[in-house]
Every structure is written in structure tokens, then in C-alpha cells.
Design a protein around this ligand. Structure first.
Ligand code: MN3
Length: 203
């Protein structure tokens, strides 16, 4: 199969108590795996099967009608989750430093103000989606997308654009087992397991 589920870069209980083992297992082994499987179903046997994922989801307009939707949802889901696992860690830097820290301060007034605005954006996403920090023309912006859309898909598809620097899954499957309907509590807890050195690599 052309696209593969990447292993979690840490044990499934590594982010306890902030993100519980059961959530990590169903999220990675269940949800993320299904995105990869369904992406493969959509493209296998077509000339698209060897296309790099970012190129595939970055040019949805060029895809045949019957493949575009499945690639948008499942290719987006595969990219988003692969990105998300890598910026989580129990032992990473707890705050942005260096150039990213400076840019966050310049754009939002400080790390606390950034976190507050990011949480509000994640809470305001009705239904399923993602909150993102994107970089564009040297400027940082907090945005959100629906479902498995992401900024790489471009403004015409996802409503947003820019280079994803940081993103948080706000689908209920990301938090419901532990936090039930309290998305705000999940968004507050997740700061404990963001690795800002990993995030800085995306900037
Ligand atoms: Mn998810």
C-alpha cells in the first residue's frame, strides 16, 4: 500500500494524565489507521498512488471528481494526525523560545495571550475540526478548519492558507473518553504535552 500509518513516536501512555492511553490508542490505531486505509482505497491502482501526500492534498482541484472527496477527508486526516503526533511529548520544551517565541510575542502580545486566543479558536469551531497556528509572509495567525481540512489545501478548499506551524485536533474523538463534552478542559490540558522544540521545527 502506498501510504502507511506511522507509529506513535512514544508509548500510548506517555502523555498521561493529560491525554489518556485509551484515547491515544483509539485515536492512532483506530481513527488514524482508518484515514490511511481509506486514502489507499481511493488512490490505489491509479497514477496518484505514488504522489507525495502534501502534493496530493495541496492540489485537490486537479483530482477526478470521484477521488477528490475521499482524498480531502482521508488524505487530510492522514496528514493532520501525522503532524499532530510529532508535536506532542511529555518531556518537550514547555514554551516557545528563540525566533518562534519572539514571533508569538510580536503577533499575540505574549505566550499566555496566544494560548488564550488559540483555546478560544478551538472552542469556536462548531462540530469537528482543527485549530492551527500558521505562518504566512513572516506573519503568524491562528485559524481553524472544519473536518480534516488543513491550510495546505489552500483558501479555496479549506478557507485558510499558510504554513502549518502548530495544530490541535478538536474532534470529539480526541478528548471525549477523558473530558466528555469539556473541549475547553482538553484544550487547557494539552499545553502540558506540547513540545515547543518540535513546533519550532515547523516555523
Ligand atoms: Mn483525530
Amino acid at each position: 500500500m502506498p501510504y502507511e500509518l506511522p507509529p506513535l513516536p512514544y508509548p500510548s501512555n506517555a502523555l498521561e494524565p493529560h491525554i489518556d492511553k485509551a484515547t491515544m490508542e483509539v485515536h492512532h490505531d483506530g481513527h488514524h489507521k482508518a484515514y490511511v486505509d481509506n486514502l489507499n482505497k481511493a488512490v490505489v491502482g491509479t497514477p496518484l498512488e505514488n504522489k507525495p501526500l502534501e502534493a496530493l492534498i495541496g492540489d485537490l482541484a486537479s483530482l477526478p471528481d470521484n477521488i477528490r472527496g475521499p482524498v480531502r477527508n482521508n488524505g487530510g486526516g492522514h496528514w493532520n494526525h501525522s503532524f499532530f503526533w510529532k508535536i506532542l511529548s511529555a518531556s518537550g520544551a514547555k514554551a516557545p523560545e528563540g525566533k518562534l517565541g519572539d514571533a508569538i510575542k510580536a503577533s499575540f502580545g505574549g505566550f499566555d495571550a496566544f494560548k488564550e486566543k488559540f483555546e478560544a479558536t478551538g472552542l469556536a469551531r462548531f462540530g469537528s475540526g482543527w485549530a492551527w497556528l500558521v505562518s504566512q509572509n513572516g506573519k503568524l495567525e491562528i485559524v481553524s478548519t472544519a473536518n480534516q481540512d488543513n491550510p495546505l489545501m489552500g483558501k479555496a478548499v479549506s478557507g485558510v492558507e499558510g504554513k502549518p506551524v502548530f495544530g490541535v485536533d478538536v474532534w470529539e474523538h480526541a478528548y471525549y473518553l477523558k473530558y466528555q463534552n469539556k473541549r475547553g478542559a482538553y484544550l487547557k490540558a494539552i499545553w502540558n504535552v506540547i513540545d515547543w522544540n518540535a513546533v519550532a521545527k515547523n516555523f
